[in-house]
Design a binder for this molecule. Sequence first.
Ligand SMILES: CC(C)(COP(=O)(O)OP(=O)(O)OC[C@H]1O[C@@H](n2cnc3c(N)ncnc32)[C@H](O)[C@@H]1OP(=O)(O)O)[C@@H](O)C(=O)NCCC(=O)NCCS
Length: 175
Amino acid sequence: MDAAAVHAVHLAAFPTAAEAELVASIRASGLYIPDFSIVAELEGRVVGHALMSHADLDHHGVRLPVLVLAPFAVHPASRGRGTGTALMHECLGRADHAGEPLVLLVGHPGYYPRFGFAPAGRYGIRPPEPMSDAVLLAKRLSGYDPTWRGQLRYPAAFEVVMDDLERPLPPSASS
Ligand SMILES: CC(C)(COP(=O)(O)OP(=O)(O)OC[C@H]1O[C@@H](n2cnc3c(N)ncnc32)[C@H](O)[C@@H]1OP(=O)(O)O)[C@@H](O)C(=O)NCCC(=O)NCCS
């Protein structure tokens, strides 16, 4: 992975540097899985990046590992050409192939349902407080187990984005 190019994509894609820092933070933790860090290139340039890593689902005090997709971004200059769609299909394909039960993310409810994401609350999965229930989305994979319910707990590596995750998302579909 070209870390500098990936950093630049997230800096350009998000209003703050938090998501770019999240990539570095996850890489510095023990949670980084190279196969779950996916780069999109157009004409030899890095234009998108998606990272999946494990968080815990607190199931009556038992910690179950679930995948969270964050960050996920395409450079603003390269949007609307299917790159985000291709990145998402690659993420879900790799997660499914690895036998993961589901993928969770915090994102715009207008974009992710096209990939089969639904409000996580529908499957009995709650975000950490004070995050709103409305923003946590889940995609079930073939290894999904409906008994996996409870509250999502982000690892310490996510501290850098906690303020962003707790803020309501803007209503615009153009961000
Ligand atoms: C979301 C994102 C990755 C999409 O990338 P992309 O390469 O433009 O995606 P695609 O070209 O595959 O799809 C574009 C489609 O998504 C729609 N779309 C993009 N952002 C959207 C949003 N926030 N809400 C609803 N729809 C959205 C576009 O209108 C377009 O619709 P169409 O297919 O009907 O024309 C990109 O907009 C982005 O990086 N956004 C900022 C970062 C972000 O919010 N990441 C998610 C949280 S970690």
